[in-house]
Design a protein around this ligand. Structure first.
Ligand code: TXA
Ligand code: MG
Length: 317
C-alpha cells in the first residue's frame, strides 16, 4: 500500500516486516538491519543472491560508530562533508551488525540518506535500516512509489511515498585501502566533488569474476527490452528497418518516422536533470512494447559518468 504514515512504517518494521522508503537516490526495500529475520525477507523478496551485501542506513553521523569500527580519518571527513547525502562508505563492521547484512564480510556499507521523510523515520526508530534498491535483482531501480508498487504491489504493507527521487541514481560507493579512499561504484555524488575534499582518488573497476560491489556486475539496472548504446544514434537507427524503436537521448529530439517513442533526459542539457530522469525514462520505454531501445551516450563528465555507467550495464548481455 502506498502511504505517507511514518507511524504505520514503524509498526510494520517493528514486526520484522519490510517497507519501501524514499531516498534522494532511489527507493529502498527496508527492514531492521539488526534482525536476521527481516534481512532474510529482503533477500527473498528481491530475489537477491545472499552473497550480495546490503547498505545500512542511519539517521546521522552520530550513529556511525555503532555500525563501523576503525574508521579512517578520510572516511570521517567525507561523512562530515556529504552526509546526509549520496555517499556510501565501506568500513570495518561493528559486531552489532549481523553477517547476513554484509554477506559474511568483515566490511559494512553505510550511508545517511538525504530525504526528510526517511530521516524522520530513522530518527524515530531504535534500529538502523538495511536497504537495497527496491527492485527485483538486476532490473531497473525505482525512483517513485509507483515504480515500487509496480514491482511488488501487495507484497509490501507500506510503500512510504516521498515523491520522485531528486538525484535519481544510486549513491557513490567509497571503500578504503590503507586508509586511502577508492571508488567502488560511480553514483549520484560526483568524483569531482569527492576529489575536492580528499584529493585525487583511485578506482577499482568492475571485474565480473570477483565483483567488489555487485552493483559493479556488468549486467544490472536492465530493461526487459533489448537495449543498445551509441554515440551515433541516427546511423544505428538506420540499421534496424521495420523495427519498433524507442530512443533515449540527452538533450536533442530526433524526428524519425521509425521512432515510436522518444525520451529526452534534459531539454536544457543539464546532467543532474538527466540523472534524475534516467530510470523513469527507462521504465516508460520498457512499458511500450518496443522491439528495441537505442540510448545515446551522455557527456562523460560529473554525474554523466555515473549515467553512462548505468547505461552500459543496461545494455550488456
Ligand atoms: O543509493 C543507494 O545506494 C540505494 C539507496 C536505497 O540507499 N541503495 C542501493 O543498494 O543502491 P543496492 O543494494 O542496490 O546496492 C548496494 C551496493 C551493492 O552493489 C552491494 O554489493 C554493495 O553496495 N555493497 C554493500 N555492502 C558492501 C560491502 N560490505 N562491501 C562491498 N560492497 C558492498
Ligand atoms: Mg540496486
Amino acid at each position: 500500500m502506498i502511504s505517507d504514515s511514518i507511524e504505520l512504517a514503524i509498526k510494520t518494521l517493528k514486526q520484522n516486516e519490510l517497507i519501501a522508503i524514499p531516498t534522494e537516490t532511489v527507493y529502498g526495500l527496508a527492514g531492521n538491519a539488526f534482525s536476521e529475520e527481516a534481512v532474510n525477507k529482503i533477500f527473498s523478496l528481491k530475489k537477491r543472491p545472499l552473497h550480495n551485501p546490503l547498505i545500512v542506513h542511519i539517521s546521522s553521523i552520530h550513529y556511525l560508530n555503532t555500525i563501523a569500527i576503525n574508521i579512517p580519518d578520510k572516511a570521517l571527513q567525507l561523512a562530515q562533508k556529504f552526509w546526509p547525502g549520496s555517499l556510501t562508505l565501506i568500513l570495518d563492521k561493528h559486531p552489532n551488525v549481523p553477517y547476513i547484512v554484509t554477506a559474511g564480510n568483515e566490511k559494512v556499507a553505510i550511508r545517511v540518506p538525504n530525504h526528510p521523510l526517511t530521516l524522520e523515520l530513522l530518527k524515530q526508530l531504535t534500529f538502523p535500516l538495511a536497504a537495497p534498491s527496491a527492485n527485483p535483482f538486476g532490473s531497473i531501480s525505482p525512483t517513485s512509489a509507483k515504480h515500487v508498487f509496480d514491482y511488488f504491489s501487495d507484497q509490501l504493507e507500506v510503500i512510504l511515498d516521498g515523491g520522485n527521487c531528486i538525484s535519481g541514481i544510486e549513491s557513490t560507493i567509497v571503500g578504503f585501502e590503507n586508509n586511502e579512499p577508492i571508488i567502488y561504484r560511480l553514483g549520484a555524488l560526483s568524483i569531482e566533488d569527492i576529489e575536492k575534499e580528499v584529493g585525487p582518488i583511485k578506482f577499482k573497476m568492475k571485474n565480473d569474476q570477483t565483483p567488489i560491489a555487485p552493483g559493479m556486475l556488468s549486467r544490472h539496472y536492465s530493461p526487459k527490452t533489448e537495449t543498445y548504446l551509441t554515440n551515433k544514434i541516427k546511423s544505428l537507427i538506420n540499421t534496424f528497418p521495420n523495427k519498433k524503436i524507442g530512443v533515449l537521448v540527452f538533450s536533442i529530439t530526433i524526428i524519425d518516422s521509425q521512432i515510436v517513442h522518444t525520451e529526452v533526459l534534459s531539454k536544457d542539457g543539464c546532467l543532474e536533470e538527466a540523472a534524475k530522469n534516467l530510470y523513469a525514462a527507462l521504465h516508460r520505454l520498457d512499458e511500450k512494447d518496443l522491439d528495441l531501445i537505442i540510448a545515446e551516450i551522455m557527456p562523460d563528465i560529473g554525474i554523466g559518468k555515473a549515467v553512462n555507467d548505468r547505461l552500459q550495464r543496461a545494455v550488456k548481455k
